[in-house]
Write a protein that binds this ligand. Structure first.
Ligand code: NAD
Length: 340
């Protein structure tokens, strides 16, 4: 089995690459990543010398490059994590979200059609469903919930999902789609809420919290997300969407206070800042389908998962300090320039 995992130098992709390389030594894993600001090869250190792992730098939206790569490698499976993933950046500059998230996806789909594939898996997000009201805790996103996006980011992800499903219906491409709630865990880029709060709190810096911090997210440990995708690509039904979430809803303010308590830092560091435009209020996943069909269950409860995650950031301060200083972007040159 030869797999191309795109976006494998990002947060979730690098956790998934490590999961697959270690769990399936007989699979050839190719990590294809453009190494944008969010890509960090230091995330792959634990597997970079393994014989079943290879890194290739490239752009999923570069048609000539992608077709050449498929011609050469003839992958059996593609798992597409590559994306522009930060909502705030999509509000500032929507265009590159269309290019990578939509056109990058259709480029990969076209290459899969041309060269044949056993499975194409699209890693999507619960943000395609829009949001739920705070005063209806009985409501959850199911796979049948209509797409109703709020941000340029979620609109680009929803658009990509529709192309993936259309390629199944129109061309019979063997695809699956997963829509996961917010992830947390090791290798999370420090612009996102949890690592941002940990790194700033450790430096006794002010902690920006949007609005009143009331927005609710359904937090899932990244290892549980990786296990869910592993199950879907092997046992999921073609043409199907699977929601992934573990019923761990927390307001942003609760998350921030949990981190402050664990680090023994004062709540006076919290600064409420002007809310993000169009900010989604609540996300909450109904994971019944993946639980009943594929037997998936999350291993982490938020309380234990967040404690372990905070410890990981304490133990890996060089990792996130390198990112904050910009040093991480030199890693490719250090590791690979002499090998090219
Ligand atoms: N982070 C979450 O909580 C979450 C939740 C649900 C779904 N997702 C989805 O999971 C996927 C991964 O999210 P993440 O948080 O790990 O993102 P990330 O921003 O940490 O990583 C994205 C990776 O994609 C790479 N990339 C960007 N543009 C590329 C291009 N044109 N060609 C090749 N590589 C490119 C980047 O270099 C980076 O390594 C995304 O598709 C995202 O929509 C994320």
């Amino acid at each position: 089995m030869k797999m191309i995992i795109t976006g494998g130098a990002g947060f979730i992709g690098s956790n998934f690459v490590q999961h697959m390389v270690n769990k399936y030594p007989d699979y050839q894993v190719i990590n294809l990543d453009l190494l944008t600001y969010a890509g960090n090869l230091e995330n792959l250190k634990p597997v970079e010398e393994k014989p079943n792992y290879k890194f290739i730098k490239g752009d999923i939206a570069d048609r000539g490059f992608i077709f050449n790569l498929f011609e050469k490698e003839k992958p059996d499976m593609v798992v597409n994590f590559a994306a522009e993933s930060h909502v705030d950046r999509s509000i500032a500059d929507p265009e590159c979200f269309v290019r990578t998230n939509v056109m990058g996806t259709t480029t990969l789909l076209d290459a899969c059609r041309s060269y044949g594939i056993k499975r194409y898996h699209q890693v999507s997000t619960d943000e395609v469903y829009g949001d739920l009201p705070l005063d209806r805790p009985d409501l959850f996103f199911t796979e049948e919930t209509p797409l109703h996006t709020s941000s340029p980011y979620s609109s680009s992800k929803a658009s990509a999902d529709l192309f993936v499903l259309a390629y199944h219906r129109t061309y019979g491409l063997p695809v699956t789609v997963s829509r996961c709630s917010n992830n947390y865990g090791p290798y999370h880029f420090p612009e996102k809420l949890i690592p941002l709060i940990i790194s700033r709190a450790l430096a006794d810096e002010e902690l920006p919290v949007y609005g009143k911090g009331e927005n609710v997210r359904d937090w899932l440990h990244v290892a549980d997300h990786c296990q869910a995708i592993d199950l879907i690509i092997h046992n999921g039904r073609e043409g199907e969407v699977y929601n992934i979430g573990g019923h761990n809803e927390r307001t942003n303010l609760e998350v921030v206070k949990t981190i402050l308590k664990a680090l023994d830092k004062p709540e006076s560091l919290i600064r409420f800042v002007t809310d993000r435009p169009g900010h989604d209020m609540r996300y909450a996943i109904d994971p019944t389908k993946i639980e009943t069909e594929l037997g998936w269950k999350p291993r982490y409860h938020f309380d234990t998962g967040i404690a372990q995650t905070i410890q990981w950031y304490l133990d890996h301060q060089d990792w996130w300090k390198n990112i904050l200083s910009g040093e991480y972007s030199n890693y490719f040159d250090k590791m690979y320039a002499s090998r090219l």
